[in-house]
Design a protein around this ligand. Structure first.
Ligand SMILES: Nc1ncnc2c1ncn2[C@@H]1O[C@H](COP(=O)(O)OP(=O)(O)OP(=O)(O)O)[C@@H](O)[C@H]1O
Length: 231
């Protein structure tokens, strides 16, 4: 079976320290994967490698059968929301989203306006990005991600900074995005929320994926938090 995201034997070191020691992770179309692990386990490192922000020593990283040598064709397979959204401060959120839509060759569509409203960004989306709070930057990125509607949305700690209303919107939009053929991978420490949103979970420990399965198979009568603590 062809997986949407295929990571095989991925290795990465910073100076002398090997952080990823042969990560294997295959994500199927339609998964909402919660990527979890202790502080410093290497989640951000893995996501930054998948999204071409960071080099790696060896291994295979493919989305839809393409690797990073495919350039823009690879880039168009995903939308990445990093933990810290660092973008040009002197344009409005709306201009930034339009810029991204152009890059992904997405026609203007009424989804953009709909998502601006559900994330309650009507008042701010025309304001310069430099005036946004941390949570507003994440909301802007989520609006862009769902409007662009790529094969996979990859997010590093997307729940950080979101207010309770935005978390509910996030959950609903992820479900409908996946119902329409999308796939999601996101890292989080908020296991109670992950348990409610995700269909699968992968635990990174000791530089490897030690568990990747459907939430319902691994939790049973236990919470994801207790499974994580046992791992
Ligand atoms: N640029 C860097 N140079 C050296 N070491 C780094 C660098 N970036 C990360 N590391 C180290 O690599 C390890 C993995 O870091 P990473 O940020 O990927 O972990 P994480 O699982 O995302 O952690 P957290 O949950 O705390 O965000 C850590 O030990 C970290 O100190």
């Amino acid at each position: 079976m062809i997986h949407l995201l295929n990571i095989s034997n991925l290795k990465k070191s910073y100076s002398e320290k090997q952080v990823l020691k042969g990560v294997n992770l295959n994500v199927k179309k339609g998964e909402i994967l919660g990527f979890v692990g202790a502080n410093g386990a290497g989640k951000t490192t893995t996501l930054n490698i998948i999204t071409g922000m960071l080099d790696y020593e060896s291994g295979v990283v493919e989305i839809n059968g393409l690797n990073q040598t495919a350039g823009l064709d690879y880039k168009k397979q995903y939308f990445f929301i990093p933990d810290t959204v660092n973008v040009f401060k002197n344009v409005s959120g709306l201009d930034w989203i339009h810029f991204l839509m152009n890059l992904y060759e997405i026609e203007e569509n009424n989804k953009l306006e709909e998502y601006v409203q559900v994330f309650q960004m009507q008042e701010s989306i025309d304001k310069p990005i430099g005036t946004y709070s941390y949570g507003m930057l994440h909301k802007m990125s989520l609006i862009a991600a769902f409007t662009i509607n790529p094969p996979i949305i990859i997010m590093d700690e997307p729940l950080n900074g979101l207010d309770p209303n935005a978390v509910v919107v996030f959950k609903d939009l992820i479900k409908s995005y996946v119902d329409q053929g999308g796939t999601v991978i996101f890292s989080t420490h908020l296991l109670d929320i992950a348990e409610k949103i995700c269909t699968t979970v992968a635990i990174l420990k000791g530089g490897k994926i030690i568990l990747h399965d459907e939430i319902k198979n691994i939790t049973g009568s236990k919470s994801l938090e207790s499974i994580f603590m046992e791992a």
